[in-house]
Design a protein around this ligand. Sequence first.
Ligand code: UD1
Length: 452
Amino acid sequence: MEDTAIVTSIGLPNPITTDESDGAMLEVVGGTPLSGQATISGAKNSALVVMAGTLLCSQPCRIRNIPHLMDIERMGEVLTALGVGLKREDDALVVDASTIAHTKAPYDVVSRLRASFFVIGPLLARMGVARIPLPGGCAIGARPVELHVRGLQAMGADVHIEHGTVHAYVPGSGGRLKGAKIYLDYPSVGATETLMMAATLADGETIIENAAQEPEVADLANFCRAMGARIRGAGTNTITIVGVPSLHSTDYGIIPDRIEAGTLLVAGAITRSELSLYPVIPEHLTAVIAKLHEMGGQVVVEGHSRVRYLPAHTISSTDIQTGPFPGFPTDMQAQFMALMAVCEGSSLITETVFENRLRHVAELNRMGADIRLNGNCAIIKGVHQLSGAPVLATDLRASAALVLAGLAAKGTTTIQGLHHLDRGYDDLEGKLRRLGANLRRYTDAAAATTTA
Ligand code: UD1
């Protein structure tokens, strides 16, 4: 049965506030084997940028398979602040951007959700003007936006930064961006998405070279194509977009979340358990599956949209270097570090995408891991077993790594800083619990009496 309502909170059946997550604590009792099947939610990073992409269209769009996440709530707040109408229908979201009342995004939301900066492309393309506060740094690095800005300038936009806000407008009458040839110095996911969206309504052809090839970029292109955009090559390193005057309404389903699937595959590996995951797109998991095979586990692809993890008696060490797709995803680095912490032998992780994404090392070491840091490299000497400890989640994927470590540890691990987990995992606790894990959330860490 469909539950349709106009909403202020768009994603969560019982919306979690940051304050609640901040005071909360997750208790994980390790040593329980897992079994069964988990359902994978829609991809966070696709859903966020597709929501931004709805700004391109002056008719309502329906997006299916939207995950229930704090980040989705925040993107909804940005769209609402711009005057866009939102309606939640179960796991779908109807976005009506027929009228856009404002072209300035609010700082308090943009500062908490970096991806909301990506509205700059569609807003500028549709309205000829956009004012978006600089998102600032975040837990994993400084994360500048100069590639987005330079690309928009190449398309004829006037862009300057004043008082912490990026002011962009298209000079001349009509306010239409112009197609351009853009080479990205780095295949940034966000910059590729910003520029691809902007180009859909531009005058003429845009070619983005050295574009990001992540599946979420291809998903965004498919969504734009479903609205009538002319895009070729998304998912490769060269994307060609021929601008059209306007886009039309569509009904579109988001791809499954490859990072959630990868995280649950590691849950199978670290607890030596057999797990089945559905739906997934196995080709999106190639690097993750290859590394699990190298470490001795087996991932069997069943049909087009299911994978099964078959446990190995012994997990061996390996080396990982993160990189743009199809390289090993930085968003899986922390989870693999938890696995390497309890495997046979020494592993090396080199983080090349973000400059400050190894802060979970200290927390894993508190649980008895033996990890040394050398610049952007972590040397992980596998130990026989981790031991439960109080730990603090330092970013989104680090929080998942601590949950995984807790599942394998002896005794009880208590994790604080849960607002990170709630940003990007759709009911990870519920999914793990249904697989047999022993974990529960206390809404008030200090009192640790009430569960949620
Ligand atoms: C996206 C994902 C994030 C993932 C990342 C890399 C979303 C909402 N988030 O983030 O989960 O970890 O891709 O796969 O989709 N950079 C610059 N200048 C720029 C833009 C980026 O120097 O203008 C740098 C960043 O600081 C970072 C690197 O490029 O070091 C990669 O960033 P990017 O690919 O843009 O990641 P996001 O799109 O922010």
